[in-house]
Design a binder for this molecule. Structure first.
Ligand SMILES: Cc1cc2nc3c(=O)[nH]c(=O)nc-3n(C[C@H](O)[C@H](O)[C@H](O)COP(=O)(O)OP(=O)(O)OC[C@H]3O[C@@H](n4cnc5c(N)ncnc54)[C@H](O)[C@@H]3O)c2cc1C
Ligand code: SF4
Ligand code: SF4
Length: 402
């Protein structure tokens, strides 16, 4: 089950929670006082902790900080304050996934002299990584969602160090990563910590993503990746991957093979199908997402975010940037209608996932993309016959097998 790097010796496959439940959040890796845990990629392409038995002293700290085993308990509003919102700075809004709200919140923390933890592309390794930013230029690279599981490294420990020195920190990530962070940061250092979690559909396999990049790059070197290119608008977003020879791969998300796999739930981490963190109250001070069901009066192709303020700290942070944002009060019921993931962790696992994961595990790229193309063709054809403009595999399965 484990993809060993060949040189790692004496490492036993003893994992704190079983593979199907592990979120790959890196909490155990950050907390282990004996550095006995390594994060490796599973055959399916997700981070999992591996314990080195020679170093492990059975102190059980890894279990105490695991948010699956011990979820943090925090003071949160039972009913969040909910807004449709966007940055008044058009450039920021266009460069971001939805309304550019993350950037405005982050800038407020930089102005306090703080550090912001978010996700950038490691373009050499072709993977998303969490890093700390202390300048606006560094923030720019954090803009835009990277729908692949990010490498946290020792970010949580670094956050604790900043907080201990009195530096304010904003941490942005998926709900499981934010929960993991709270299990690492002692309560006495939390007063300068602000957290933002995205609404989370799930994370895609890193192995799948790398196979996809090879498939579209065809031996060219990738120099930049944008999974939320708004050249044709927010709702018609696409992928733009630039290569070193000056050319680029550009695709509308509905035509793209990564998004076909991702949005049809074929390549998500096992736990994402029953996510214990997609619920209300969310654990981040603030939750951000796309307002896909935006009413006509607020609709704008530059992008509209939904924001849930979940705590007093969240309220405090938004207060600092309210002049830079357009904020329109909307009901929780209205935003959940078109974005049920805010409250529901359970999403259907298509029967095809098992076969897709087998092809990924065996590195059978040709067969993988042949199968994905066939599934997409079958979907498109059935959508036309049934008369659905767009349909997911899961919906289709429900219609065909009532
Ligand atoms: C894996 C993932 C799944 C998502 N699923 C949904 C969804 O189902 N429904 C929905 O409404 N919105 C979802 N979002 C959120 C949405 O795509 C936007 O990020 C959100 O609307 C904020 O947009 P923005 O314009 O304010 O900021 P942006 O500039 O887009 O901010 C991006 C922020 O997201 C963080 N981020 C980017 N990639 C990752 C990653 N791989 N792991 C952890 N954090 C990351 C960055 O740290 C950055 O802070 C998801 C985001 C991610 C990363
Ligand atoms: S702490 Fe995170 S990475 Fe470690 S076992 Fe638990 S879920 Fe997995
Ligand atoms: S769906 Fe849940 S478990 Fe999966 S990445 Fe998102 S928050 Fe983590």
């Amino acid at each position: 089950m484990i993809m060993s790097r060949g040189t790692v010796r004496n490492i036993n496959v003893r994992i704190t929670v079983n593979n199907f439940k592990c979120a790959g959040c890196f909490a155990c890796y950050n907390a282990c006082p004996y550095n006995a845990i390594e994060m490796l990629l599973s055959e399916e392409g997700f981070y999992i902790p591996i314990i080195d038995d020679e170093k492990c002293r059975n102190c059980n700290v890894c279990k105490e900080v695991c948010p699956i085993i011990s979820p943090p308990s925090l003071e949160r509003y039972l009913k969040p304050t909910t807004y449709a919102c966007w940055s008044k700075d058009k450039e920021v809004r266009i460069a971001s996934s939805s309304g550019g709200v993350f950037s405005e919140l982050a800038q407020a923390v930089l102005k306090m002299g703080g550090t912001v933890y978010g996700v950038v592309w490691d373009i050499n390794e072709l993977k998303p990584v969490h890093v700390g930013a202390s300048t606006i230029d560094m923030l720019k690279e954090m803009r835009g969602s990277k729908y692949v599981q990010s490498y946290i490294g020792k970010s949580y420990k670094q956050v604790v160090e900043y907080l201990k020195q009195g530096t304010p920190v904003m941490f942005s990530g998926t709900p499981c990563q934010v929960s993991a962070l709270y299990n690492i940061v002692p309560p006495k250092f939390r007063h300068r910590l602000y957290t933002v979690n995205v609404v989370c559909h799930g994370v895609a396999s890193i192995k799948f993503f790398k196979m996809y990049l090879k498939y579209v790059a065809k031996n060219k070197k990738v120099i930049s990746i944008n999974m939320r290119d708004k050249s044709h608008g927010w709702t018609k977003f696409g992928v733009r991957i630039k290569f070193d020879n000056g050319t680029a791969y550009i695709s509308f998300h509905r035509e793209d093979m990564f998004f076909f796999g991702y949005l049809n739930n074929l390549v998500l981490n096992n736990i994402c199908y029953e996510c214990p963190f997609s619920r209300i109250p969310a654990l981040g001070d603030i939750t951000l997402g796309d307002f896909w069901g935006v009413p006509k009066g607020l609709y704008d192709e530059s992008g509209v975010s939904i924001m849930l303020i979940n705590s007093e700290k969240g309220k405090e942070l938004v207060e600092l940037v309210k002049d830079r944002l357009t904020l329109v009060s909307v009901s929780l019921e209205d935003i959940v209608k078109t974005n049920p993931r805010i409250i529901i962790g359970s999403i259907g696992k298509p029967i095809e996932r098992e076969h897709i994961m087998k092809l990924i595990s065996e590195n059978r790229s040709r067969d993988l993309f042949k199968l994905l193309k066939w599934l997409k063709f079958r979907n498109d054809l059935l959508s036309i016959i049934i008369g659905y403009p767009s349909i997911t595999l899961r919906k289709l399965q429900k219609i065909l097998r009532p």
